[in-house]
Design a protein around this ligand. Sequence first.
Ligand code: ATP
Ligand code: MG
Length: 574
Amino acid sequence: MDIHDTGESDTGVAESSRPLDFVRAIVKEDLRINKNAGRVATRFPPEPNGYLHIGHAKAICLDFGIAAEFGGTCNLRYDDTNPAKEDVEYVDSIQEDVRWLGFDWGDRLYYASDYFDRLYECAVQLVQMGKAYVDSLSAEEIRDHRGTLTEPGRESPFRDRPAAENLDLFERMRAGEFEDGTHVLRAKIDMASPNLNMRDPTLYRIRRATHHRTGDRWCIYPMYDFAHSLSDSFEGITHSICTLEFEDHRPLYDWFQETLRLKSRSQQIEFARLSLNYTVMSKRKLLQLVQEGRVKGWDDPRMPTICGLRRRGYTPESIRNFCERIGVAKRDNVVDVALLEHSLREDLNLRAPRVMGVLRPVKLVIDNYPEDRVEELEAVNNPEDPSAGTRRVPFSKELLIEREDFSENPPKKFFRLAPGRTVRLRYAYLVTCVGITKDDKGEIAEIHCQYDPASLTGDSAGSPKAKATLHWVSARHAVPAEVRLYDRLFSIENPANEAEGKDFKSYLNPNSLEIVRSCRVEPGLAAANPGERYQFERLGYFCVDPDSRPGVPVFNRTVTLRDAWAKIVQRGAQ
Ligand code: ATP
Ligand code: MG
């Protein structure tokens, strides 16, 4: 994978210096020549059969983004034509996620199921025109007749049924006279077409399934291609932007609108879907992970779903910035998840308040600090944002620091605390290690230090220079917290590539979640609210999880502080 290939912009230069991607270039040109009477209307057409993921975010940013930039509108339309797999749970989540991403469809919320009557009428019209017929071959026989990429298909023996007979059968299909699978309605196009989609595609099939909106009113349901092309026209969509796999469907998309002489014609434009490494992006696969309990749900913070990313602590801004960065192109590529994390750090760095929390604490006792004294020391909330102000953090004789910030026999290049060494405690004093005590298991129980009272505001003549600054909490004041550390959900870059017959789930990373219950955080976090984001100094960005209980906040580690993307770019530049 070429890590610098984060997308390409094919054509055009905007008034601003940012080059236009090829979709925007098309829209801009259409506006220039006054195509569609200067109107720009797009739509985002999810099928409510799962939760939205980061790939959908790319489509959403494009559909809604283009509408906003060119003074147009963007509809939210559910492609709810397959009731067996759809659910209101998904319908609701999709709206929540699109809104959270920062987009608004106003009063333009539509459902393909709202058009079932019109779609049926259009199908009848095709039958009357001799452009559609009822086929009574079985599904298997139809597949058999379809041919291959190298061989033409064969015509069904039912292809030349007279229009009246087709009409009668189609009506009776609708009326529920036939079993599921006994008949379908097919377009009559060309069984010898080199494009398989044009070989008499199915328009309607019989399926007795209760629809989440139309209930049991219908027992025949339209196929996606038919419903989608017509819905676009019904809504006056001008630019129907979709992913590359629909490129071969475009002749059919056009055929429906042309053949039915629909007044409003839309142009289908295809772009490359987003793929990210170390994850899967198919709703079918994500559903499997949920159903088999491999993750805790659609919103598990390891999932690439919008709700998973949200729970993990992602901001809508970071996702939108990421989508802008990867750009829009015609060529499939895999984007490095490090770029997504880079966009996130960039955003959180500016907005996340800094706090101190210790994941795996060990006690640090300041021998020369008065027993009962508590100082409220001033700490900066966000060095990137002076308006975020400061807060007070209690400091006392007994502190907790990170166990790994102390080494009894420090290896080379270990600059943190060790016997005889001096370090700075963040926002506090210089301390020098004067001894340790151990428990019966030989583990360090206490680190004893002397502090330099003159060192609070800076270097002090009385102490050596510190080579490290450590975060800490006051043992007596700190609040217990649970921290959930996440790693990649899969241990290989492309788990969806099921080569060698291996199931993608065999690549799940067994260490993708580590729960740390020993954590202690500064007292101000006791009342932290779910969704709040913080930087734990030196540890990373964390987000309060809805599982938090009063007095025991639960934090998800959103992302570590180390920026792999910056390193990748740096390496590439050398
Ligand atoms: P499936 O996962 O079953 O293939 P889907 O991802 O295509 O389904 P839809 O609900 O049909 O799910 O998608 C809605 C819109 O989002 C479509 O226009 C689709 O092209 C777009 N989309 C889906 N996945 C991606 C992706 N990875 N990158 C960009 N756009 C996507
Ligand atoms: Mg789809």
